[in-house]
Design a protein around this ligand. Structure first.
Ligand SMILES: Nc1ncnc2c1ncn2[C@@H]1O[C@H](COP(=O)(O)OP(=O)(O)O)[C@@H](O)[C@H]1O
Ligand SMILES: [Mg+2]
Length: 228
């Protein structure tokens, strides 16, 4: 497995708001190399989550393109888009969105089950991943029986179960205490080194951003290289 090369070309997103129009992303251009790790920083409302949604093909741009390995995601028919997303992109959000009635291993296995992987195989994969993220002793706990950090580890496992070529994370530790956040940050960096998937991580954590090889800053719907 190798990471996806992601190219963002003249990307804009506007929302109609009654009479007025809100330009949330303005003509963004950004190239992310295969396997690269990029921190996205910027103040609240700058457009970070909107950008990640477009990168994740969860929403469509008003204009411009998002290309994965040269393929324009907007040209994929709806039927292929879901499959593309399921196989190519892993998501981690600030709130884990685990399903409360399922166990850790079932939650972790969910994208594989949805993709049609046989249950025993999906659960076997999920167990191995949960071992990897340090949760081998919590396989059959439900989310309500896990700490915030443990829940986010399950979410990380779930994001990786399909061996995505890109991982998109939106403030993955925004809801965790400092110590737990540091553990998760270290884990994310290790996973990138092991698996070489391309990673784009929105974070408010300056220490974490500083550890990543590249940072971009969003300012009012535009992207500037933070290190430039
Ligand atoms: N679906 C939407 N409809 C209208 N406005 C939106 C929508 N989603 C986001 N916005 C607006 O876009 C701006 C950027 O939001 P967001 O991308 O969530 O910023 P960030 O993640 O950087 O805090 C905000 O002003 C927000 O209110
Ligand atoms: Mg946001």
């Amino acid at each position: 497995m190798s990471g996806a090369r992601i190219e963002i070309r003249s990307l804009s997103k506007s929302f109609d708001h009654g009479e007025s129009r809100l330009d949330v992303l303005r003509d963004i251009a950004l190239d992310v190399a295969a396997g690269e790790m990029v921190a996205v920083v910027g103040s609240s409302g700058a457009g970070k989550s909107t950008l990640l949604h477009l990168l994740g093909t969860l929403d469509r741009p008003s204009s411009g393109q998002v290309l994965y390995d040269g393929v324009d995601t907007a040209r994929l028919p709806a039927s292929e888009l879901a499959r593309f997303r399921n196989h190519t992109i892993g998501f981690v959000f600030q709130f884990h969105h685990l399903l409360p009635e399922f166990t850790a291993e079932e939650n972790c296995a969910m994208p594989a089950l949805i993709a049609g992987v046989a249950r025993t195989q999906a659960i076997t994969r999920a167990r191995a991943l949960l071992e990897r993220v340090g949760l081998g002793h919590r396989l059959t706990h439900r989310p309500g029986e896990l700490s915030g950090g443990e829940q986010q580890r399950v979410a990380l496992g779930r994001a990786l179960i399909m061996e995505p070529r890109a991982l998109l994370a939106d403030e993955p530790t925004g809801n965790l205490d400092t110590r737990t956040s540091e553990d998760i940050h270290a884990l994310i960096v290790e996973l990138n080194r092991e698996r070489q998937m391309t990673m784009i991580v929105v974070t408010h954590n300056a220490d974490f951003a500083a550890r990543l090889p590249r940072r971009v800053r969003m300012v009012d719907g535009t992207v500037v290289e933070a290190d430039a």
